[in-house]
Design a protein around this ligand. Structure first.
Ligand code: GBH
Length: 490
């Protein structure tokens, strides 16, 4: 061979090897799957559990759920949790993200009455995970508020920041010796909207542009209360880490005139939570304060619909994190423009969102497949917040069911590739990833019609058998080889 040819061959081989390294998970990177209590547990009134807002919504306003179903039994994980652990073990998962049902621990929401059967249940689950070498990552709140706290007004009532702290203390006391990764809240952006419409999620209350901001305010104080209480009372001994799981997509401006509109999307939907916690200045983003204040005034409100933090509160909330949990599913096209009711968060934001018709569909109207948006959004977060440690706490795809879930396989391989580029090429600090979801489950207002599981669950069979889909098999291969298989690299 000529010298030049040899050089080219060497370049191609080393280039290919480097490209392959880029599709390998870093040492110590944790891979696994995620679920949430109301979506899988069932046992809605078992062994002293109290009623929560999803029990109430599905029982009393079942017309809000597309198939009028509920989580009374769901995947029956309250009884079948050992099956779930076995599925994780079989996959080679290192991390399991699950949530704790507040009303199963504190039936009335308050800490004067602790339900020991609830404590036992999560102890058994946590111990089974650890016995199988799987690290628990525990979400304290994934939307199932005790009904008794909703009766006091729910999240718009600022006292809930104290009640949430008292609930968290019970969790640290009982589980903190073994649980080292804690998430205070899952997707406050989503459950603030539960106070912005009476056709939305539980509690489904129609106070748009007001109750949603009050919810954000309480949640931020609650998060900081929990973080500081852990530091004071538990951290030295337990050495755990605390974060919050925020959902966000990428916003692609339709034209250069829409760049600001997409920046507002980031600030209104992510920054409203991330700016107070993850920046050095703290507080709500200035664009959020300015626009809500101005709209409130124009609408005739004497007081802004956006509550204000005192400077003490700003400092108290700032820096209350060990990591950022990111839930990424999809992206949007963004355009400058005002839509939505008066008042509303959407109108305050002033960004019109749409989907590119070329983006592949899923079973969920809101979810189009945009893997490159994942890498862009990871970079946006790293740039805005000083490259914090990130766990991708949710990422997944919906279909109508079936074991041969080719589109879900592609969704996972393409998104994992984009995440690995963000890690290896862009230097984003991602430490772990949990796929949504370990199981087909109760998909909130979509009932059992949209399936996100990597394991199929037969909801017609009382024993709720679980079967690995093709996606579970491919993820098993990825979890074990710790790289994207060559056949998915182009
Ligand atoms: C996550 O939310 C949740 O954390 C998880 O519990 C859920 O199962 C999973 O996603 C899949 O949905 O019905 O058109 O009004 C993702 C963010 C916010 C997406 C609310 C759906 C409602 C859209 N979700 N949104 S619509």
């Amino acid at each position: 061979m000529e010298f030049q040819t040899i050089c080219i061959v060497i370049l191609v081989i080393t280039g290919f090897a480097a490209a392959q390294d880029n599709f390998t998970f870093p040492d110590g990177f944790l891979l696994g799957a995620a679920t949430a209590s109301y979506q899988i547990e069932g046992g809605w009134d078992a062994d002293g559990k109290g009623v929560n807002i999803w029990d109430t919504l599905t029982h009393e306003r079942s017309y809000l759920v597309v198939d009028r179903s509920n989580g009374d039994v769901a995947d029956d994980s309250y009884n079948l949790y050992l099956e779930d652990v076995k599925l994780l073990k079989n996959m080679g998962a290192q991390l399991y993200r699950f949530s704790i049902s507040w009303a199963r621990i504190l039936p009335e929401g308050h800490d004067y009455n602790v339900n020991e059967a609830g404590i036992d249940y999560y102890n058994k689950l946590i111990n089974a995970l650890l016995d199988n070498g799987i690290e628990p990552m525990v979400t304290m709140y994934h939307w199932d508020l005790p009904q008794k706290l909703q009766d006091l007004g729910g999240w718009p009532n600022r006292e809930l920041a104290i009640y949430a702290e008292n609930y968290a203390r019970i969790l640290f006391k009982n589980f903190g010796d073994r649980v080292k990764l804690w998430i205070t809240f899952n997707e406050p952006l989503t459950f603030m909207d539960a106070y912005a419409s009476d056709t939305g999620m539980a509690p489904s209350i129609n106070t748009p542009g007001i109750g949603d901001y009050l919810t954000a305010h309480t949640v931020l104080i609650a998060h900081a209360n929990i973080y500081h209480m852990y530091e004071r009372e538990f951290k030295q001994q337990q050495q755990g880490k605390i974060g919050i799981a925020l959902n966000i997509g990428w916003c692609e401006p339709i034209s250069s005139a829409d760049v600001d509109a997409c920046d507002r999307y980031q600030q209104f939907l992510l920054g409203i939570y991330a700016h107070p916690i993850f920046t050095e200045v703290g507080d709500y983003p200035s664009v959020v304060k300015e626009r809500v204040d101005a709209n409130s005034k124009a609408e005739g409100f004497t007081t802004s619909r956006l509550p204000k933090f005192t400077s003490e509160e700003v400092n108290y909330i700032k820096g209350t994190y060990d990591f950022l949990g990111m839930n990424y599913y999809t992206s949007e096209l963004g355009e400058d423009g005002v839509e939505g009711g008066i008042p509303s968060k959407g109108r305050d934001m002033g960004t019109i969102l749409s989907k590119d018709p070329n983006w592949p569909e899923s079973a969920s109207s809101w979810l189009r497949v945009v893997p490159w948006g994942f890498r862009k959004e990871l970079n946006w977060i790293a740039n805005a917040y000083g490259n914090p440690p990130i766990y991708v706490t949710e990422n997944g795809f919906s279909d109508y069911g079936g074991l041969n879930d080719t589109n879900r396989v592609l969704y996972y391989t393409e998104h994992l590739k984009e995440m690995l580029k963000a890690i290896h090429i862009d230097g984003v600090n991602v430490l772990g990833y949990t796929a949504w979801s370990l199981l087909d489950n109760f998909e909130w207002l979509r009932g059992y019609t949209e399936r996100f599981g990597i394991h199929e669950v037969n909801f017609n069979d009382p024993s709720r058998p679980r079967t690995p889909k093709e996606s579970a098999k491919v993820l098993t291969e990825i979890f074990n080889t710790r790289k994207i298989p060559d056949r998915f690299l182009d």
